[in-house]
Each structure stands twice: as C-alpha cells, then as structure tokens.
Design a protein around this ligand. Structure first.
Ligand SMILES: Cc1ncc(COP(=O)(O)O)c(C=O)c1O
Length: 469
C-alpha cells in the first residue's frame, strides 16, 4: 500500500513537478490562441469517462494531460485577449495562498478553534465593508461567487422582512439584472411569479418611479414587497443603476435594498468608480466578486450587509457538539453568519495578494481598465460603420454594426463578431439589447492592456474590410 503521508521531500518533488508545468503555462499566456478550434467534443469527452481507479498511477502523465491536451482544448479566460462574458485572469498569488490554506487545513467555520485565521478572513471582510462605505455594524461572509452572494442577500432579506410569508413576498429588479437573481429568488423559496422584472431606461438603468409604481400595484393586490435589487454594473452593458435614488425609493417603500456589485463593485476603489456608484453605501447588502474585479481565480465572492446582525438572525443555530457561539463583538463564527459550517479558508486567497501589493496596485489596475474601455469607445465612435449602443460607464461597452434595418444590422454584427473571434487574438461575446444583437467588450482581466485593445481594433477593421463595409 502506498503511504498517503508524503515526506517533506516527496511533497517538494510533487510541487516542483507541478511548478515546471505552471511556469510553462505562465510563460505561454497570451502567446497562444484565446480559443481553440479543437475544443473537447462529445466524442473526446466520451473517451474521457473513467472507471474508479483501484490502483494508483504516476503523476507525470496526469500533469501532462492537465496542462496539455485538456488545457489546449478549451477557451482561455486567463488570456489578455479574453474580453468576453466577464473575464477571470486569476492572479497567481491566490493559487499560492490556496496551497498554504489547503496544506494547513485549519478549521475556519468557528473562531474558537483557529481564531487567528478567522481573523484574517474577518479583516478582509472589514476592508470590503470599508470600501463599500459600510459602518462598524456591518459584516459579511465570503462565498464561492456572485450567484451565491446574491442568493445569500435574498435569504437575509427574506428572514429580516417576511416573517415566513414567502408566498406573498415580492422582489423587484430590472430587465438588465443578472439571471442569477431570479434563480436565487427561486432557491430562496420566493415564487417565480413574485419576481418583478422591471423595464430599464434608454441607458439600461432602472428608474425609481418604475419601482414605485410596481410596488404600489403589488400593495394594492395584497402582496408584500420586500426587496429591491439594483445593479452596480450589469453584465450586458456595465450599466449602473441610479443607486442613491433607488435607495431612497427602497427606504420610502420599506424594501431591503440589495446591490449586485459582482462585476462593478470594486470600481469603488477608484475615484471615477465612486462617482458612478454614488449611493452604494446606502444599501442593506452588497454582492462583490473578487474573482472578477479583484482579479482572483474563480471561487471567491462576497456578501456584505449593513447590519451583520441580520446575517446572524438568518443563520445562527446551536448544537451540543459545537463550541458555544462567539460573542457578537468578538471574531465571528462564520457558521453563525452563513450557510456553511465546514468551509475552505477563502480569506487567505484574498488577504495574501492584498497584503503583498496593497490596494493601491489593484486601484491602479482598475483605473487602467476604465481608461482602456474609454479609449476603445472613442476608437469605435470614429468608425462610421459602427454604432456604440452602450458607452462604458465602467469597463464594459457594447456596439453593433450599422445597416438599413435591424435584421441586416444583427446579421452583420454577428458576422463581424465571428470574424474577429476567428482571428483568435481576442475573444468577444455578444448579447441582445432590445432586439439588437450587440458585441460586448468586457475589459476586466488584469492582463489586458492597451496593446490587446489595439489588436481588437485591428481585427475589427480587417473584418469590416473583408466584408466590404
Ligand atoms: C452582475 C453580475 N452578477 C452576478 C454574477 C454571477 O456571479 P458568479 O458567476 O460569480 O456566480 C455575474 C457573473 O458574471 C455578474 O456579472
């Protein structure tokens, strides 16, 4: 029988072997195609089905596959040319932090057993609360991503406002809100018919009077409006809802005010971001996604609440086999504030890069993304064939090709998108905006710089010339 306990020499050898591949992968980022024409097809995937291994096999061929064939048969969201969806560059420091956290494997669900590590995660959450503008009563927890942060907000709001009357509870969000909001509502037990999808304005923002009239209608119908979800940067166009005005309506209508800042929230670190997100501090809860705009690898989101007591109210339970809960003012037991008991030490992958570089570096990178999106919008606006339908409020923009009618414009825009992506130097995605097919550009990766946007502009020009536009 092989020993599961590795000697320190064996552990080092394992990490060294992995490191050889990692250094090659890091050196190769940006030199290869963003996407491959030979993605794993059904036949390939069928060949990958494996029986449970009874005996072990050597590491080297496993690593060869993981860093070789499998990696090259995929879309590369770590590439600087990846500007589709919401990119995820994934800074390496966080991977190292995960190695440390997983090696130590301390228990961070309750503070009594590993208080210092819990305090590290608590520090991260306090920093985030400060960024958002929350006060001393605030708190939160780290999640695996924005979807679960939004779900957690709905659960907290539901517990604070509905007294168990889920059937009559109503949620308000715009037609531009991320689809995870409706999904989260369903998972939180709110009937799907009680999620009001409200029309946004010409700039894709939710206007307060639309909320006000929808709430009044539901009140007349005997329902219980309890939650307003605003977007601090939509996925489609990066639009930021008028947060201060929506906070006012939420207050007036007695709604919990949640802001989905999964994409845009961390722009609050920048001066321009703070202007765009004015009113964020008035929220009852905010979802952030460090795996988007703090450039971390996938698997880290955050839910912050103005009153951490609301999280405790929603989650705290006791059990005879657990240590007594920590006092309210002490380092928190995350198990009392969140759905998980045993949990990975997510805080370290945020803390380590922030301690090593300071927020200043992240602020500078985010400022660069704002500059790049503005530069690109100006370039696009100079092209007579192009219409910028959503100029960047933050670092996402959307444009389409002009044509005599919508059908033709949509077909032309789709063709240009396909041609640009076929160049494989950049990767963009499209979306629908009120019947118009548009190309989105999401400048979010820390690796994306001016020269990569230059490639995008070149490839766009080339596509339009080829199509004789
Ligand atoms: C605005 C917004 N909210 C929520 C989400 C969902 O976040 P996650 O994919 O981390 O679950 C996304 C993802 O792109 C998003 O852009």
């Amino acid at each position: 029988m092989q020993d599961l306990e590795l000697s320190s020499a064996e552990a080092s050898a394992m990490v060294d072997a992995v490191m050889t591949h990692i250094t090659q992968a890091i050196d190769a980022v940006g030199n290869g195609p963003v996407d491959t024409s030979s993605r794993a097809d059904a036949e390939y995937l069928a060949r990958m089905v494996e029986a449970p291994p009874e005996a072990g096999s050597p590491l080297a061929p496993l690593l060869d596959k993981l860093f070789g064939d499998y990696a090259t048969r995929s879309l590369d969201p770590t590439s600087p040319g990846f500007m589709g969806y919401v990119p995820g560059g994934g800074i390496f420091h966080a991977a190292v932090a995960d190695l440390i956290a997983d090696t130590l494997n301390r228990y961070v669900g309750v503070s009594a057993v590993a208080g210092a590590y819990v305090q590290i995660e608590n520090n991260v959450l306090r920093w985030f609360c400060e960024i958002v503008g929350f006060g001393a009563e605030s708190g939160g927890y780290l999640t695996s991503g924005g979807s679960l942060a939004n779900w957690g907000a709905i659960v907290a709001a539901r517990e604070a406002r509905l007294d168990g009357d889920l059937a009559r509870g109503v949620i308000y969000a715009s037609d531009q809100a991320h689809h995870c909001v409706a999904k989260a509502a369903r998972l939180a037990g709110i009937p799907p018919g009680n999620v009001r999808v409200l029309g946004s304005d010409a700039a894709f923002r939710l206007q307060p009077e639309v909320v006000r009239s929808a709430v009044n209608e539901d009140l007349r119908a005997g329902l219980r409006p309890f939650l307003l979800v605003a977007s601090a940067g939509t996925t489609n166009t990066g639009a930021v809802d008028p947060l201060a005005a929506l906070a006012e309506v939420a207050d007036e209508c007695d709604l919990w005010f949640h802001v989905d800042g999964a994409y845009g929230g961390f722009f609050q670190l920048t001066e321009r971001g703070r202007l765009a997100l004015a009113g964020l501090s008035l929220a009852d809860s905010v979802a952030l996604d460090p795996h988007k705009t703090l450039f971390l690898p996938y698997g880290t989101g955050a839910l912050l609440v103005r009153q951490r007591q609301t999280l405790r109210h929603a989650h705290a339970t006791t059990a005879d086999y657990l240590p007594p809960p920590s006092a309210e003012e002490a380092v928190p037991d995350f198990s009392d504030l969140s759905p998980e008991l045993t949990r990975p030490f997510r805080g370290l992958r945020v803390w380590l890069p922030l301690k090593m570089h300071g927020f200043g570096v992240f602020r500078a990178y985010l400022d660069e993304k704002l500059d790049l999106a503005r530069w690109l919008a100006a370039e696009l606006q100079r092209m007579p064939e192009v219409e910028v339908l959503a100029p960047p409020e933050l670092s996402i923009l959307a444009f389409a090709l002009r044509a005599p009618d919508i059908e033709a414009a949509n077909a032309r825009t789709r063709a240009v998108l396909a041609a640009v992506n076929a160049g494989n130097r950049v990767m963009l995605t499209g979306t629908m905006l009120r019947g118009r097919f548009v190309i989105r550009v999401a400048v979010v990766s820390y690796r994306t710089h001016q020269q990569h946007l230059q490639l995008l502009v070149e490839d766009l020009h080339e596509a339009m010339v080829d199509m004789q536009l």
